[in-house]
Design a protein around this ligand. Structure first.
Ligand code: NJP
Length: 240
């Protein structure tokens, strides 16, 4: 929370905010009155987001950061008092296990798993000290439903679910909420795809952003810990 001229503004730190779901979450929280700290690697996309939020009359700080780099995360996020952290940055390389290159495997583990340690470690002590905060991580229904091509990706998202529930049990008595939003298929550039007309049946990034906002906007005594959000328009042949 920051105070400008006596007016207190809540701060939302969002990883993977340069595009897709994270960008939609940043825009939604900016509309809801939060000051945004937007984290990703692509400067130009973050700058465009910052400008769009600024034009709408809210504040956004753009931080170029690789969340898989623990040293850089600790140094860069030091001193940011986040009221809300959305761990959204994630990568998916969906391929049969035998075709997964070691770098695909390591990148998914580094971004989807290890970065949760780096980023959450940077902000959680402050939340505990202030006895206020909400950590919402974007998981996936792949984390509880096995999928062909998802041996590593689904595994990382299963980790998200177990990690978040354990963390929730540890910190709820300190006034900090922990939640997971688990989407089905969303029309983004995830897995290297450019969204097109054939993705019209999928959730939009804004659908997921609205879900994250609902999870965060609960009364202090209510915790939505785990929420699945799925399309209700799935083509008949699909399970999702
Ligand atoms: O993906 P995409 P989504 N350091 O590729 C950032 C989950 N999910 O929005 O660094 C920092 O459009 C990247 O920014 P940049 C999924 O697992 C999705 O769909 O500039 N940031 C970009 O902003 C993930 O957790 C679907 O390249 C890094 C963002 O991450 C979340 O939703 C279904 C980074 C990725 O944007 C957002 O994915 C589902 C790094 N090292 C769950 N690496 C779906 N789309 O169908 C990447 O169940 N980023």
């Amino acid at each position: 929370m920051t105070s400008v001229a006596g007016v207190e503004t809540r701060t939302a730190l969002i990883t993977g905010a340069s595009r897709g779901i994270g960008r939609a979450i940043a825009l939604r929280f900016a509309r809801d009155g939060y000051e945004i700290v937007a984290v990703a690697r692509k400067q130009n996309e973050l700058d465009a987001l910052r400008d769009e939020i600024g034009t709408a009359g809210a504040r956004c700080r753009a931080i170029v950061l690789d969340v898989a780099d623990g040293v850089a995360v600790a140094r860069t996020l030091q001193g940011i008092d986040a009221d809300v952290l959305v761990n959204n940055a994630g990568v998916g390389v969906l391929k049969p296990f035998t075709e997964l290159a070691p770098e695909d495997w390591h990148r998914m583990v580094d971004v989807n798993v290890n970065a949760l340690y780096h980023v959450t470690h940077a902000v959680l002590p402050g939340m505990i000290a202030r006895r206020r905060g909400h950590i919402c991580t974007v998981g996936s229904i792949a984390g509880r439903s096995a999928m062909i091509g998802g041996s590593c990706y689904a595994g990382t998202k299963a980790f998200v679910t177990a990690w978040a529930e354990s963390l929730m049990l540890e910190v709820r008595d300190h006034g900090v909420k922990v939640s997971v939003v688990m989407p089905g298929a969303v029309a983004t550039e995830f897995n290297g795809n450019a969204p097109s007309a054939k993705d019209a049946w999928k959730l939009t990034p804004e659908d997921v952003a609205d879900t994250v906002a609902s999870v965060v906007n609960t009364p202090p005594h209510v915790l939505l810990h785990r929420v699945e959000v799925r399309t209700n328009n799935a083509p008949p042949a699909r399970a999702r």
